[in-house]
Design a protein around this ligand. Structure first.
Ligand SMILES: [Zn+2]
Length: 583
């Protein structure tokens, strides 16, 4: 069968094109990550998971590239995937390139303060709203936990190598290096009056500004719009020029300003903070290019792949391209730009006021496990507006259940009697999956192929489902490649198919995972993630006694006591009680 090499839509050229990395054995991939001023919502995660799916596909032995046409063996291609954490400089009005408005970290601090006053934040979160670094660290930890739960490989790897998820506040020096170079090359200029001066990127010095988004400089001249204050607007040479650094002694997070050429030591600026866009240039080139920033400039380097939500296209990515190209001297920053579309919820635009900006924690509270949420968020093509719904979640949960049943039957056969399964429903799907994924990540064809294989598997042979269920514990992660290859090269159908399924799940990440379980102690059912303790058990017993004696005030007081410990109590039919985390 003729191989189809990976083609993927490139926002930069507005067309489907072959993915041709500079070195197909070592692919560099940068994803714009979260601003940690709040919990990420499922729309953010949809975009991160689409990037994760692409990355996992690039690493799969099934994926071939036009300049790497032989199926690589599984160790022959690596993807270095970096995702930044924005913990400074991202302003609330990020739709204009200036970064007007309020720093998002300061906004978060204010919100936490309000939440503490009204008692809606768990008292033991320990965050001091007066300290933006504590606010950022709090949400960063929560983001990483969510990302790991959802199987985002970059977050899993960053546990061992934190440089894969760099923080903006730790790369201020790199940003200053780029800004100082842009200043001395005439790609940036200083403006404004002492105490409130700013460094802007000079868009007129980069004629292809606007290529990614289709916003030409002429169009932008007419209406840079937004709520950029007039003083700031008038000090710029061109309305499209964007902020690289702001001198501001009052900003909560601030650092010594870059060195301004032509000023004596006494005349140098007071402290300030970076604009938002500059961080991604500094971090991407530092982490993904040989020789870091210096090497990037010396070798006119570019990276292979860059992703972000569609709202990042303008101004953020446009600005990244301009400043990066002017710094490296290459006319391209990333060869390929990947932008998943927005997520809708129940057919509507996601909205905070309607309460549809769900976080992962909102959904796990509704008892959906992270594999189900992952599948629901990756099941629609990344360039379509996916519609997230409760019905969809239920279907995804069922789908995973069917796939796991197939996996369990295969594993049972391999472990107990390989010849129980004679049919090879999964044998032919690898080619189908390869050509579907190579065609701009056609995920629905992939899922359909696994569905029809699982249908062929159900209810066949002497395999008694209940017995298999009891005696087979599924692997909690896909097998390693040695084991997979051993299974794939077998002439026994059950072996081969189990190998196929594990190879597929390296891409999808939904079948072989730790399966969260509730614990029933007799006094209460504890949801996954909540550990029973003698103290909780005793309080629950006292509450049950109080209810029996119809002393509801005492029962409520115990509920409040448990809430203060971060626990929520739900009364179930037949007098059972369930204990879960308090959100
Ligand atoms: Zn970015």
């Amino acid at each position: 069968m003729k191989k189809t090499h990976l083609k993927i839509y490139n926002t930069l050229t507005n067309q489907l094109e072959a993915f041709v990395p500079t070195n197909p054995k070592e692919i560099s991939f940068y994803s714009c990550g979260p601003t940690v001023y709040d919990d990420a919502h499922i729309g953010n995660f949809r975009s991160f998971l689409a990037a994760d799916l692409l990355r996992r596909w690039l690493e799969s032995p099934l994926c071939t590239l036009i300049n790497d046409p032989d199926s690589p063996n599984q160790f022959a291609r690596t993807v270095t995937h970096v995702m930044n954490i924005t913990d400074v400089g991202h302003m609330t009005e990020d739709t204009n390139a200036d970064g007007g408005g309020e720093d998002k970290m300061e906004l978060a601090a204010r919100r936490i303060e309000q939440a503490k006053k009204s008692g809606t934040t768990p008292q033991n979160s320990g965050v001091d709203p007066a300290k933006p670094t504590e606010v950022a660290a709090y949400f960063e930890a929560r983001f990483k936990q969510d990302a790991i739960d959802l199987g985002l490989k970059v977050a899993i790897e960053a546990q061992k190598d934190p440089s894969l998820m760099p923080k903006a506040s730790e790369h201020i020096q790199g940003m200053k290096t780029v800004i100082e170079q842009l200043l001395s090359d005439g790609h940036a200029y200083a403006a404004g009056s002492p105490g409130a001066r700013a460094i802007y990127f000079n868009t007129a010095s980069f004629p292809t500004y606007g290529r990614l988004s289709g916003n030409t400089l002429d169009q932008l001249k007419g209406g840079a719009g937004g709520r950029v204050d007039d003083a700031q607007q008038s000090e710029k040479h061109n309305p499209a020029d964007f902020l690289l650094w702001k001198e501001d002694k009052t900003h909560k997070m601030r650092w010594p300003s870059p060195t301004i050429p032509g000023l004596s030591d006494d005349e140098q600026w007071g402290e300030g903070y970076p604009g938002w866009h500059i961080e991604c240039t500094a971090m991407a080139l530092d982490r993904l290019v040989d020789g870091h920033l210096e090497g990037a400039r010396a070798n006119h380097a570019q990276i292979d792949l860059h992703s972000g939500g569609e709202d990042n296209i303008f101004p953020h990515h446009e600005c990244e391209i301009a400043q990066s190209c002017c710094f490296t001297g290459n006319d391209s920053f990333a060869k390929h730009w990947f932008h998943p579309r927005f997520l809708k919820v129940e057919g509507q635009k996601m909205s905070k006021s309607k309460g549809t900006m769900y976080t992962l924690r909102d959904l796990t509270e509704l008892k959906y496990d992270s594999a189900t949420i992952r599948l629901e968020l990756i099941k629609t093509h990344y360039r379509a507006n996916a519609d997230f719904s409760e019905q969809g979640l239920k279907e995804s949960a069922l789908r995973i259940k069917r796939w796991r049943e197939m996996a369990r039957r295969l594993q049972y056969a391999v472990e107990h009697d390989p010849h129980l399964i004679q049919y090879g429903a999964l044998d032919s799907i690898s080619d189908k999956i390869a050509s579907a994924m190579s065609n701009d990540l056609n995920i629905s064809a992939v899922l359909g192929a696994i569905d029809s294989a699982s249908k062929k598997h159900s209810g066949k042979g002497k395999l008694d489902t209940e017995h298999i269920y009891q005696s087979t514990k599924l692997a909690e992660s896909p097998y390693g490649w040695d084991r997979i290859n051993e299974l794939l090269s077998s002439n026994i159908a059950s072996h081969r198919q189990l190998g196929v399924l594990h190879r597929i799940d390296h891409i999808l990440g939904v079948i072989f995972r730790p399966i969260p379980k509730s614990q029933d102690t007799g006094i209460a059912i504890y949801q996954p993630g909540v550990t029973p303790s003698p103290e909780i058990e005793s309080l629950l017993q006292q509450r049950a006694d109080a209810k029996k004696a119809k002393d509801f005030a005492a029962a409520d007081a115990i509920r409040d006591q448990l809430a203060a410990m971060g626990l929520s109590i739900m009364d179930k039919p037949k007098g059972q009680v369930e204990v879960g985390p308090l959100n």
